[in-house]
Design a protein around this ligand. Structure first.
Ligand code: ADP
Length: 327
């Protein structure tokens, strides 16, 4: 079995009674991609991932891995592996036995199991702690064990459901670098579910934005951020203003806005928020129609021409940065 394989979702649908959780989505994940399924809570990300893993039945459509329809195969026979949000480690088993568990189920002998487990533990840099029990590990270490346990089955696709959400912010940033390193080293596809746009931007080659059971936009991370197709994507990715002008909806990156004196820009607004962010100051103004517009200014620029709450300012931008949105 080749380890490098495309995964294709064909009109994949999930219904729970009358609720359509995933509505006929279609997508091809290229072999070896780091993909993030991104969207707000309830948009259908986990249902999609669980269907791919085989932990949830498919209502309609199919899942094709390396040209083979795996939609109705049991999880262990699909060529996928899943890492759960809470890691789901067995508390009474050692780190090594947790990692080799699926090999034990497959009837593989102990010396072989231990050898493979130790290789995996080396990959996740946990060699020193193989004999510990899960409750003797930190959150980050437990996560490494869960990763090793998923990878020991040599999946073509690793599925990760909110893998970083149980970690504190500091560790989250370290572990996401670790995930990226592992994915590069192994060369297999990772499909990672998250509701954090910063996490998706930091990790993903490809971002699939979901909204209300459908794929709203999919593409390279930079494209999705810089060229959002809809107001939903622009707002969800952050860093953009969505402005409704007489000529239509546009997205404007907050760092591409220029603050001018009143009536010297394209529109005027009244300052309603000044937020210091260290290197930058986020200045928010209310413009015509009650819309909020944020300009992200360099801290030093703000200090040269400071603004006060309630002050009327002008806001300007170049034509090239105005990005048209559909609906
Ligand atoms: P996300 O992962 O994006 O938060 P989910 O896939 O968990 O979204 O859920 C999508 C929709 O399906 C939501 O409306 C949710 O309430 C519903 N849902 C998820 N799991 C079940 C279930 N086991 N039974 C009934 N409804 C469910």
């Amino acid at each position: 079995m080749t380890r490098h394989a495309d995964l294709e979702l064909v009109a994949l649908t999930k219904r729970y009674g009358g609720t359509v959780a995933v509505d006929a989505i279609a997508h091809r994940f290229k072999a070896g991609v780091y993909a993030c399924l991104l969207g707000p809570s309830g948009c259908g990300k986990s249902s999609t991932l669980r269907m791919i893993a085989g932990h949830e039945t498919v209502s309609d459509g199919s899942i094709v891995l390396a040209g083979r329809d795996v939609s109705h195969l049991p999880p262990a026979r699909r060529g996928t592996a899943m890492m759960f949000q809470n890691y789901a480690l067995f508390p009474h088993l050692s780190v090594r036995d947790n990692v080799s568990f699926s090999l034990r189920m497959a009837g593989i002998e102990k010396p072989t199991r231990d050898k493979r487990a130790d290789e995996m533990l080396e990959l996740v840099e946990m060699t020193a702690l193989t004999d510990r029990k899960p409750d003797q590990l930190s959150g980050g270490q437990q996560q490494r064990v869960a990763l090793a346990r998923a990878l020991i089955t040599r999946p073509q696709v690793l599925l990760l459901d909110e893998p970083l959400s149980a970690l504190d912010p500091f560790l989250r940033i370290r572990m996401r670098a670790e995930l990226k390193r592992l994915q590069r080293e192994l060369g297999i596809s990772f499909i990672h579910v998250t509701h954090g746009q910063d996490e998706a931007l930091a990790l993903a080659d490809e971002i699939i934005v979901m909204n209300d059971a459908r794929i709203e936009q999919a593409g390279p991370a930079r494209d999705v951020f810089n060229r959002p197709k809809t107001a939903f994507v622009a707002r969800f990715m952050g860093g953009h203003n969505v402005l409704n002008l007489p000529q239509g909806n546009i997205a404007l990156r907050t760092d591409e806005m220029t603050v001018t004196a009143a009536q010297a820009g394209r529109i005027d607004g009244r300052v309603i928020g000044i937020e210091y962010q260290g290197t930058h100051v986020a200045l928010t103004a209310e413009v015509a129609g009650g819309q909020d517009v944020t300009a992200l200014m360099l801290d030093t620029d703000f200090l040269q021409t400071p603004k006060d709450l309630g002050e009327v300012i002008g806001l300007d931008w170049e034509d090239r940065v105005a990005h048209p949105l559909s609906a």
